[in-house]
Design a protein around this ligand. Structure first.
Ligand SMILES: *Cc1c(COP(=O)(O)O)cnc(C)c1O
Length: 397
């Protein structure tokens, strides 16, 4: 007899499929390039987070190779045991310098953005505390809050009046406000100055997740917090090396005591094997590159402006953002999946994002631009998007 649990779990998969929500894996080749191969077909890559094209950059690859040669393939242990190989010190010094070299601050490198968010939130708040979190924050933040057992107060997206009304009502001992800087599925930005004002008024901590802004904002690409001069007001700057910086891993920058506190309390730091030396090698090279070279950022913003203005003129609904993440909000899952499949046939890789990643009836296509796209590729993409958009009735004729 088929046990009940087995039937139930398989039934759930069938339901996902019926709702067009079943996720499946595709084989992506050459995904570090502006043109990739998806399931064997060549397509313009509008699906990756490799915004500056650094994942395929020879300097990152060389740095990874030499680190591998010198230090081996694996770290062999967690950082508090014997996994703290010399490249960590070099990478954290580079991180600290990149973030402004403030004597009161330090940086800590972690294995991934997901585990960084989980670990930091759990280390800083617990059962008697409250976390105020933007409704559209990344899933890793949500999971961190749930795991911390703190009260979870979600405020409406970018709605600081709503946040303030929640802060006013709260009698909790310890309050943490947490936000994405650039929202990963909407491509808009948080009002960081407004959040700083509120966290000061209500004596809360503020944590900003720069996963989609590290490497992109400010004269040295140090992120949105730094570009606004708020690095001493934001207690916890979190970011990743996995997107614009082309590699893997995450960081926290904050006051020195905070870093010491995390080293002693953050379970996703303590109980996991350190990053392999090759990854640290590419992280060091990436920090150096984004710090010194603005050309790729300039190109990315040119491409972003071009795509956004062309798509808006065609009548696509893009929301209110101005970043390299360009959502085309469609609504129904079926139409969004159809749009994505038709684009793939036309030669564009752009992903359909469906609930629960976004709210119900807000399924969308998520396009990202890269510094390494050619303008003529983007012109071609606009023509394809217009044709498929008209065919499916997403825009008028
Ligand atoms: C991608 C992302 C993460 C997770 O980072 P990884 O390094 O991929 O684990 C965390 N926060 C936000 C906002 C993200 O977009």
């Amino acid at each position: 007899m088929d046990p009940q649990w087995r039937r139930e779990l398989i039934e759930e998969l069938d339901q996902l499929k019926a709702r067009e929500q079943l996720r499946t894996l595709s084989v992506a080749e050459a995904a570090v390039e502006p043109w990739l191969k998806l399931n064997g077909r060549r397509m313009l890559n509008m699906a990756s987070n490799n915004y500056l094209g650094l994942a395929g950059d020879a300097r990152l690859k060389d740095a990874a190779q030499s680190a591998l040669e010198v230090y081996g393939a694996g770290a062999t242990a967690s950082r508090l045991i014997v996994g703290n190989h010399p490249l960590y010190e070099q990478a954290e010094t580079a991180l600290h310098a990149w973030k402004g070299n403030l004597p009161s601050q330090a940086g800590l490198i972690l294995n991934s953005g997901y585990t960084a968010n989980l670990g930091v939130i759990c280390a800083l708040v617990g059962r008697n505390d409250v976390v105020f979190s933007d409704r559209l924050n990344h899933a890793s933040i949500v999971d961190g809050i749930v795991l911390s057992r703190a009260q979870h107060r979600r405020y409406r997206h970018n709605d600081l009046d709503h946040l303030e009304s929640l802060l006013k009502k709260s009698t909790a001992r310890r309050k943490l406000i947490v936000t994405d800087s650039v929202f990963s599925m909407d491509g808009d930005r948080a009002d960081l100055a407004g959040l700083v004002a509120l966290k000061e008024r209500y004596r809360a901590m503020l944590m900003v997740d720069e996963a989609h802004s590290s490497g992109l904002y400010g004269p040295q690409g140090a992120g949105l917090v730094q570009s606004l001069g708020l690095q001493e007001q934001v207690e916890i700057q979190m970011g990743t090396f996995s997107k614009a910086l082309g590699s893997l891993g995450a960081y926290i920058v904050g006051e020195k005591w905070l870093i010491d506190y995390l080293i002693n309390h953050m379970r996703s730091f303590i109980y996991t094997t350190a990053l392999p030396p090759a990854t640290l090698g590419s992280i060091i090279a990436a920090i150096e590159l984004v710090q010194r070279k603005a050309e790729r950022r300039i190109q990315l913003w040119e491409h972003t402006q071009y795509m956004r203005s062309e798509l808006r003129q065609l009548g696509f609904e893009l929301g209110s953002g101005d970043t390299q993440i360009i959502p085309i909000v469609i609504g129904s899952n079926e139409r969004t999946v159809a749009f994505s499949l038709r684009l793939q046939e036309a030669g564009i890789a752009a992903i359909a994002v469906r609930p629960p990643t976004v709210p119900e009836n807000q399924a969308r296509l998520r396009l990202t631009v890269m510094a390494t796209h050619q303008l003529r590729d983007l012109e071609w993409a606009v023509a394809q998007l217009a044709a498929v958009g008209r065919e499916l009735g997403v825009i008028g004729r």
